[in-house]
Design a protein around this ligand. Structure first.
Ligand SMILES: [Zn+2]
Length: 92
C-alpha cells in the first residue's frame, strides 16, 4: 500500500470517518489520506479518535474496513472520545 497524502484538513462539507463511520460536520479537522493499494486509488478521512487508535488497531498496516476501528475497539474508542472532550473543555 502506497500512501500519497496524509494531512490534516478542515472539511468544507460533512464527511464520514472511515474508521468509525460517524459523520462529522463542516469545519471539523480530520486527517485526509489518499493512496494506492493494489493498483486502486483510495481516499479516506479519519477523525482524531480513530487516528489515535489506528496504530493499535492496525499495527501491520493491512487495511481497515469501513467502521472497523469503532467496531473493534468500541469501549476504547468511547473512552478516547471522552478524554478528547475533556481536553477541549479544559482549554476553554
Ligand atoms: Zn473516526
Amino acid at each position: 500500500m502506497v500512501v500519497l497524502t496524509n494531512k490534516t484538513v478542515r472539511i468544507r462539507k460533512s464527511q464520514r470517518c472511515w474508521g468509525c463511520n460517524f459523520r462529522y460536520p463542516i469545519g471539523t479537522e480530520l486527517q485526509y489520506c489518499t493512496g494506492v493499494d493494489g493498483g486502486r486509488f483510495w481516499s479516506a478521512y479519519y477523525c482524531p479518535v480513530c487516528q489515535a487508535l489506528y496504530n493499535e488497531y492496525d499495527p501491520y498496516d493491512d487495511g481497515i474496513s469501513q467502521g472497523g476501528i469503532f467496531n473493534e475497539c468500541r469501549q476504547t474508542w468511547l473512552n478516547m472520545l471522552n478524554e478528547q472532550a475533556d481536553k477541549v473543555a479544559n482549554h476553554s
